[in-house]
Design a protein around this ligand. Structure first.
Ligand code: HEM
Length: 151
């Protein structure tokens, strides 16, 4: 079977691998002096919600859309955070470390996953400049990311 016979969700190892990725990533975030203050309201449900979001993005079950408010809720979670470019870069560095530790050793897979995070963190940063009450309109369905990038 070629790697393209599977989607990225299956290739990373499904929801259990994404939970491990999210867990390791947030360990890093909460220990980081630049990012920990941004996550002042962090709870453990955040780890699970990020894993469920990533599962959907990478072609797995659409549970974030069905159960957690979908694309609109994901964007709204970042309103008002005023994420700086320095914070976005640190987020990427910590995620790269978590990807190296938790995902299969597959160069193309890791590259595609990090490309998604680069794209997604830029959107999170843009949205974070808006006030908490901002009306985002309809952002459309949750995006999907595959072997060729945005689907
Ligand atoms: C691809 C990039 C990103 C993804 C997939 C993502 C995912 C998520 C998800 C799923 C939530 C909702 C969590 C929940 O319901 O508990 C969330 C909230 C949040 N995100 Fe992100 N995020 C990204 C980028 C960023 C960046 C770059 C920052 C800051 C440097 C950030 C900071 C936060 C904060 C502070 C919250 C709110 C946490 C809370 O409610 O306490 N995110 N994010």
């Amino acid at each position: 079977m070629t790697e393209r016979a599977t989607n990225l969700y299956e290739a990373v190892g499904g929801i259990d691998a994404l939970r491990r990725l999210s867990e390791t990533f947030y360990e890093g975030v909460l220990a980081d002096p630049l990012l920990a203050p941004v996550f002042a309201n962090f709870t453990r449900t955040h780890i699970e919600h990020v894993a469920v979001w990533l599962a959907e993005i990478f072609g797995g079950p659409a549970r974030f859309t069905a159960e957690l408010g979908g694309h609109q809720a994901l964007l709204r979670a970042h309103l008002g955070l005023s994420i700086s470019e320095e914070q976005r870069t640190r987020w990427m560095e910590l995620m790269a470390t978590a990807v190296d530790k938790e995902l299969p050793v597959n160069e193309l897979l890791r590259r595609r996953v990090m490309e998604y995070f680069d794209w997604g963190t830029r959107i999170a940063r843009d949205v974070s400049a808006g006030p908490v009450a901002e009306d985002l309109g309809d952002p459309g369905p949750t995006p999907r990311w595959g072997w060729d990038g945005l689907v």
